[in-house]
Ligand binder design. Structure first.
Ligand SMILES: Cc1ncc(COP(=O)(O)O)c(C=O)c1O
Length: 389
């Protein structure tokens, strides 16, 4: 790796890039290939590829156990899991969500004719601000979807209180929060249900996949029916449904990745600490920290570029890309600024000042098992040089 000591060493100034291969933010973590191949052989031998096979059942049991939750209902992806959860809860009319989230949170509502109403976030936690949620309640509101952004739990107690006061349904988009806790209680145990994503770019993946966690027996039963066309038994359709099933080979990936999860979390934590040390004291730059009293997965290294930084966020990203460091803006420019929602609410930004500010400042840095401590140190020294140069 090249040494970065002055601005003349930067690729934007004509030097060779710091890395000859691109460093991605969400490069998949992959557990034991041998174990995965063994599962694949068994799946082929059984010729049971989908429809609640034994590997899916084992995966659901292990994920539920990991989170200390009664039910894990696996799905083909997190978006369909959100859609099914929303429908199973009977949400309709308007549902309050953050705008600062992946667009699937809002799409899962719009897709089924429900209006997402965007509430502002707390600029420090990046999660929903309960007071902003209160301000967005109308007679048409039926629910709230909190998002545990970056794996840090949303203010679940305050949101539950608002939901109880107004008779609203409450669920969480926990796509980032596999293996995380809130006040020592594992994610999966809050609201009516919580939705996970196991997309390839998440720190824990099943190629594509998702799941709903809940302690509610009736809700679980309903969602199991809904993910399989409403079939109860061979020929008996008892509920409206869709096809949300996880396949066997995806569950096999989940099981081998679950076996490797401690080492993945350890790599993420080590990288986060190396970034923190490498960027310490850099004017205008701050790195989101984790509450060490909680369980964390450390999957996102979130850097904020403040107004007092000598370089803009976009300029830093451009210079990093020249070095083959593919840092990304995240959740920019906010759902409310994306075409389908901008057309719906052209003035939404006026009520979302914190969302606008955070979306303009945040960038996410590469981490995961494919990043070594030395690589992280190089990325940090590149950032220091860009900012100073
Ligand atoms: C916050 C959030 N919600 C929902 C999703 C959708 O999950 P999936 O890609 O598994 O459909 C994602 C990630 O992709 C996400 O980050």
């Amino acid at each position: 790796m090249k040494r970065i000591e002055s601005k003349h060493d930067l690729a934007i100034n004509g030097a060779v890039p710091a890395f000859d291969q691109p460093l991605h933010v969400g490069r998949p973590n992959i557990g034991s290939r041998e174990a995965f191949m063994q599962y694949a052989e068994e799946i082929f031998d059984r010729r049971w590829l989908s429809n609640n096979g034994p590997v899916v059942q084992e995966f659901e049991r292990r994920v539920a156990e990991y989170h200390g939750v009664k039910h894990c209902i696996s799905m083909c992806n997190g978006t369909v899991a959100l859609e099914i959860a929303i429908r199973a809860l009977g949400m309709e009319g308007e549902v309050i969500v953050p705008s600062y989230t992946f667009v699937a949170t809002a799409h899962a509502l719009s897709w089924q004719g429900i209006t997402p109403v965007f509430a502002d976030i707390d600029p420090v936690t990046h999660n929903l601000d309960p007071e902003a949620v209160r301000r967005m309640i109308t007679p048409r509101t039926t629910g709230i979807i909190g998002v545990h952004l970056w794996g840090q739990a949303a203010p679940v107690e305050a949101l539950q209180q608002i939901a109880d006061e107004h008779g609203l349904k409450l669920m969480f988009d926990a796509a980032h929060a596999f293996g995380c806790s809130r006040n020592g209680r594992m994610i999966g145990n809050f609201g009516a249900c919580e939705v996970l994503s196991f997309h390839a770019t998440k720190f824990f993946n099943t190629f594509e996949g998702g799941a709903i966690l809940t302690n509610d027996d009736d809700l679980a039963e309903k969602m199991r029916l809904m993910r399989n066309f409403g079939f109860s038994g061979l020929d008996n359709v008892v509920h409206m449904g869709t096809n949300g099933k996880m396949i066997e080979v995806a569950a096999a990936m989940g099981l081998v990745n679950l076996d490797a999860i401690d080492s993945v979390i350890a790599a993420n934590k080590r990288n986060h600490e190396a970034y923190r040390a490498g960027l310490a004291g850099l004017h205008g730059i701050s790195l989101r920290t984790f509450d060490e009293a909680e369980r964390n997965n450390y999957q996102y290294v979130v850097m904020e570029v403040g107004p007092d930084c000598l370089k803009t966020r976009d300029r830093i990203i451009e210079a990093l890309h020249a070095e083959n460091i593919l840092a990304r803006k995240y959740f920019w420019p906010g759902c409310h600024n994306m075409k389908p929602y901008r057309e719906l609410y052209p003035l939404a930004g006026l009520l979302l000042p914190n969302t606008q500010q955070v979306a303009d400042r945040v960038m996410v840095l590469p981490t995961g098992t494919t990043m070594s401590k030395e690589m992280v140190e190089t990325v940090a020294s590149v950032i220091r040089t860009i900012v100073a140069g």
